[in-house]
Design a protein around this ligand. Structure first.
Ligand code: TPP
Length: 272
């Protein structure tokens, strides 16, 4: 269990990150709002609850780039003026993360299905160099439709890359429907186990659940895969678990209503 202060600090980070990316989507007039709300706590925990300075984050579901940029503003890597360039002409803060332009984003992602291979390469390099670096990779469940993801999974197990933490944002929705309708994935945990992973399940919006994953990682004898049960459009009631939350313009009073809902959710989740 996390200490109350740590838990509440993480909640505050997550709230700031969400408010910032909503502002970015508002300014851009559109964005992957549901996708970003789905992975906000995963990213927050990786950065502020787990990783060391030299570790790497690969956001394989690069369409949620604004959540990553917002995370990097939360830790001071990006400034507010950088953030304000999002989606504008000549910016590095493009709709998908570009390669090597922004500190902590070494590779481009967003052509789905490639992030786990990048993580595997980084993980192997770190293992060979014995530098203790961990690699956190966040994939969407839609990326499990891609053969390249499973090829990387085979490689990670074959090379015994226990320095990789593979998070699967399991919101059960992808761009054009429910994952189980587009391409059946269940029983996902069994599939991952059959590939040779130690499979952990987490409530993908709960920091205490991630803390347990962290403890298990330290004791794991195999590479781990974490199925994070998440809700696309989390805490935005009208769009929670709705396909429409995937990508949409901010219209009418949407910005104000989402902000009010995430603020309320924050107040309800704070440990008093
Ligand atoms: C190779 C590739 N094909 C198609 C797309 C277009 N695309 C962007 S997001 C998306 C699907 C999003 O669903 P999922 O991958 O499950 O992500 P999440 O639900 O977490 O947003 C698609 C097909 C892409 N970015 N890359």
């Amino acid at each position: 269990m996390l200490q109350k202060e740590k838990h509440n600090d993480l909640l505050q980070n997550a709230l700031n990150i969400k408010k910032r990316f909503l502002q970015m989507y508002q300014a851009a007039n559109a964005g992957h709002i549901g996708s970003s709300l789905s992975c906000a706590e995963i990213l927050t925990f990786i950065r502020f609850g787990w990783m060391n300075e030299t570790d790497e984050i690969i956001l394989s579901k690069g369409h949620a780039a604004a959540s990553l940029y917002s995370l990097l503003a939360e830790d001071g890597t990006l400034s507010q003026s950088d953030i304000e360039t999002y989606y504008k002409n000549n910016t590095y803060l493009a709709a998908h993360p570009p390669a090597g332009k922004i500190k902590r984003i070494p590779f481009a992602t967003g052509s789905l299905g490639h992030g786990l291979s990048i993580a595997a390469g980084l993980g192997l390099a770190s293992k060979l160099k014995k530098n203790g670096k961990k690699v956190f990779c966040v994939c969407s469940d839609g990326e499990l439709n891609e053969g390249s993801t499973w090829e990387a999974a085979l490689f990670i197990v074959h090379q015994k890359l226990k320095n990789i933490v593979w998070f699967i944002d399991r919101n059960k929705l992808q761009g054009f429907g429910r994952t189980e309708d587009v391409m059946q994935m269940e029983p996902l945990a069994d599939k991952l186990k059959a590939f040779g992973f130690e499979v952990l399940e987490a409530d993908g919006h709960d920091f205490n659940s991630f803390e347990k994953v962290k403890d298990s990682f330290n004791e794991a004898t195999k590479p781990i895969a974490v199925i994070c049960n998440t809700i696309k459009g989390r805490s935005w009631k009208q769009f929670e678990d709705k396909l429409d939350s995937h990508y949409l313009p901010m219209k009418d009073n949407m910005f104000d209503s989402i902000n009010a809902e995430i603020e309320l959710h924050y107040q309800q989740t704070l440990i008093k």
